[in-house]
Design a protein around this ligand. Structure first.
Ligand code: CO
Length: 136
């Protein structure tokens, strides 16, 4: 567990949210990236060692659309950078933590990611993310 890599924020209007955070943070986002498998569009702001990840839904069946049908826009998940995601999954499973899916998948911003189930993390959706090395 290295640092908070990013905080994910679910938004209903990505353009409006991006504009708000540009003004708030006094900088432009450095990347917009669609994750087709999740039907989500992401926009990233660098803030020191960490980032904010704005998450907009691309269709009504996405996890973000589902989240926004039950919650107001806002904090969605905390992502923690790890060196070896498979080792962390094994370690946390042995301690009784459960996962939304135990198989890491490709996320935005060149990461391999997995989500712990909030029922085992005091209600907080926690993402683990490992940087995908360029030469792999
Ligand atoms: Co994330």
């Amino acid at each position: 567990m290295n640092k908070i890599e990013h905080i994910g924020i679910a938004v209903s209007d990505l353009g409006l949210a991006s504009d708000t955070f540009e003004k708030l943070l006094n900088r432009k986002s450095y990347k917009t990236e669609d994750v087709a498998s999740e039907s989500v569009r992401t926009e990233f702001f660098q803030l020191g060692e960490s980032k904010l990840e704005l998450l907009g839904s691309l269709d009504e069946k996405s996890a973000i659309a589902s989240f926004l049908s039950k919650n107001r826009p806002g904090m969605h998940h905390i992502a923690i950078a790890v060196d070896d995601i498979n080792a962390e999954i094994d370690r946390l499973k042995s301690l009784g933590f459960s996962f939304v899916s135990e198989t890491p998948k490709k996320g935005a911003d060149n990461k391999r990611i997995v989500f712990l189930h909030p029922k085992s993390t005091q209600g907080v959706l926690v993402e683990l993310c490992e940087e995908i090395e360029k030469d792999r």
